[in-house]
Write a protein that binds this ligand. Structure first.
Ligand SMILES: NC(=O)c1ccc[n+]([C@@H]2O[C@H](COP(=O)([O-])OP(=O)(O)OC[C@H]3O[C@@H](n4cnc5c(N)ncnc54)[C@H](O)[C@@H]3O)[C@@H](O)[C@H]2O)c1
Length: 384
C-alpha cells in the first residue's frame, strides 16, 4: 500500500530544499519497500502574483486533508512595491493558505521544534565558524502553540481617506488551544524520557509573559493545573524576555519548553543559533489526525535558484514526519526509515563534508543538492 504525501515546496529556496528532502525520503524507502504517491502542489507569493486571486490552486485544501503526511518548504516572496512579502487582497501574506491555513484548518495545534546540537556542527559568529555551545548540552524541544495567539488573524486596519492610521492584532488565547499544547508537551516530555542535559530531570518550562498579559495568566494557570497530572515532571515558568538570555547562556537547563504562538516563533529562531543556524532547525506541525513537517526557516528569496543553502532542516523534518506517520499507522518500517535518516545526518555532520556554506563557510561549501545526495546515500547504507 502506498502512502499519500503532499509536498508544498513554496517560494524561494523552498522547492530546492524540498527536492533534497524528497530525494532522501525516496532513497531510504525503496530498499524497505515503502511506497509513496507524492503530489506536489504549487503555492506561495510567486504563485499568487502569477495567478492573481489565490495562493494555491483550487482543491488544495482537500488534497492536504486527504494526505497521510504533508511536507512544506517555505513560502513568502518579496512584493516589488512594498518590499515586504506579497500580500493578498484579504490582507494575508500570499502563502498563508499552505502554512497558517493548514495549521488552523487541520487543527495542527502543536508545532514541535527539536533544538539539538549535533556533534561536528560549528557556530557561525562574527562571520567565522567555531564551537561555542557543546553537543550534549543542547538537546531540548520547544513546543509552540500553532493555531491562535497573535496569529489568529483577528484585527485590522483603519484607513480613513485611504491613509492607514490604526492597525490592530488581537492576541487570542483559549482554554482549549492552551490545554491541547500544554498536555502535548507533558506527554512529549514523558515519552522522550531524557530530561535536561544539566541534571537529567524531566522538566517542562512554560515560556510566558505572566507579569503583563492576561492570556499568559490563563496559559500559566492551565500549565500548573495540567502539570498536576504529571508528578514525575518538574514544572517551571520563565518570563519570555529573561528566557531568551538563559536559552543561550545555559541551554542545558531545558528539556521541553512550551510557549504561545508568537513567543514560540521568536524563541525558536534564536534557539536555531545553538543548533548551527536556520538550516539545521526542523519542525513538526501535529494535531490528532494530521501532520505537516517543515524546516522552521523561510524562503530566503535572495538565495533562490543558487543551490547553496542547507537542506538538513528539511531532511530532519522528513525524518520527523516518518516517525509521526509510523506512530499513526503502526508501521515500524517507517520508523526504520526515520532512524536511518537520523543516523545519516549524525554521520555526515561528524564527517564534516559535504556541507553547505552556513556550516563550513564559502571556501569549503558544497551545494544543497550535494548534501542531499550524500544524505540519501548514507541513509541507505544505514539500512544494512
Ligand atoms: N514557514 C514559512 O514558510 C516561513 C517562515 C519564516 C519566514 N517566511 C517567509 O520567508 C521570507 C523570508 O523571510 P526571512 O528572511 O525573515 O527569513 P528566512 O528564514 O528566509 O531567512 C533568515 C536567515 O536564515 C537563513 N536561512 C534560511 N534558510 C536557510 C537554510 N536552509 N540554510 C541556511 N541558512 C538559511 C537566510 O539566509 C537568512 O540569513 C518572508 O517572506 C517570510 O514571510 C516563511
Amino acid at each position: 500500500m502506498a502512502y499519500n504525501v503532499v509536498t508544498l515546496g513554496g517560494d524561494g529556496i523552498g522547492p530546492e530544499v524540498m527536492a533534497q528532502g524528497v530525494r532522501v525520503l525516496e532513497a531510504v524507502s525503496k530498499p524497505l519497500g515503502i511506497e509513496w504517491n507524492i503530489e506536489d502542489i504549487p503555492c506561495g507569493g510567486k504563485f499568487y502574483l502569477e495567478h492573481g486571486s489565490r495562493d494555491w490552486p483550487e482543491g488544495s485544501e482537500e488534497k492536504c486533508k486527504a494526505a497521510d503526511m504533508i511536507l512544506l518548504g517555505a513560502v513568502g516572496w518579496p512584493d516589488p512595491n512594498t518590499k515586504g512579502p506579497v500580500t493578498m487582497k484579504n490582507g494575508k501574506m500570499a502563502g498563508y493558505s499552505a502554512v497558517i491555513g493548514n495549521r488552523t484548518k487541520l487543527d495542527l495545534f502543536a508545532n514541535v521544534r527539536p533544538v539539538k546540537l549535533y556533534e561536528g556542527v560549528q557556530h557561525r559568529v562574527h562571520g567565522k565558524h567555531k564551537q561555542v555551545w557543546s553537543p550534549g548540552q543542547v538537546d531540548m524541544v520547544i513546543v509552540r502553540e500553532n493555531t491562535e495567539g497573535l496569529y489568529a488573524g483577528m484585527g485590522g486596519k483603519l484607513s480613513p481617506g485611504g491613509t492607514t492610521e490604526v492597525a490592530t492584532d488581537v492576541r487570542v488565547i483559549t482554554r482549549r488551544g492552551s490545554e491541547q499544547v500544554i498536555r502535548h508537551s507533558f506527554e512529549l516530555c514523558k515519552r522522550r524520557n531524557k530530561g535536561a542535559p544539566r541534571d537529567g530531570k524531566l522538566r517542562v518550562t512554560a515560556i510566558v509573559k505572566d507579569n503583563v498579559l492576561h492570556g499568559d495568566h490563563l496559559f500559566r494557570d492551565l500549565f500548573f493545573e495540567i502539570g498536576e497530572e504529571y508528578p514525575e515532571i518538574e514544572k517551571e515558568t520563565a518570563i519570555v524576555d529573561a528566557y531568551t538570555q538563559w536559552l543561550v547562556s545555559e541551554p542545558e537547563r531545558y528539556d521541553v519548553c512550551v510557549a504561545t504562538n508568537m513567543f514560540g516563533d521568536i524563541v525558536t529562531d534564536l534557539a536555531s543559533v545553538l543548533q548551527g543556524g536556520m538550516g539545521m532547525a526542523a519542525s513538526a506541525n501535529v494535531g490528532t489526525k494530521h501532520g505537516m513537517f517543515e524546516p522552521i526557516h523561510g524562503s530566503s528569496p535572495g538565495d533562490t535558484g543558487k543551490d547553496r543553502l542547507n537542506p538538513i532542516a528539511t531532511v530532519i523534518s522528513v525524518k520527523e514526519g516518518l516517525d509521526w506517520l509510523a506512530g499513526q499507522k503502526g508501521d515500524d518500517t517507517l520508523a526504520k526509515a526515520a532512524d536511518a535518516i537520523d543516523q545519516a545526518v549524525v554521520e555526515l555532520l561528524k564527517k564534516g563534508a559535504p556541507l553547505t556554506v552556513d556550516l563550513v563557510g564559502a571556501d569549503k561549501a558544497a551545494k544543497c543538492s550535494e548534501v542531499g545526495a550524500a544524505l540519501a546515500e548514507l541513509a541507505v547504507s544505514k539500512l544494512d
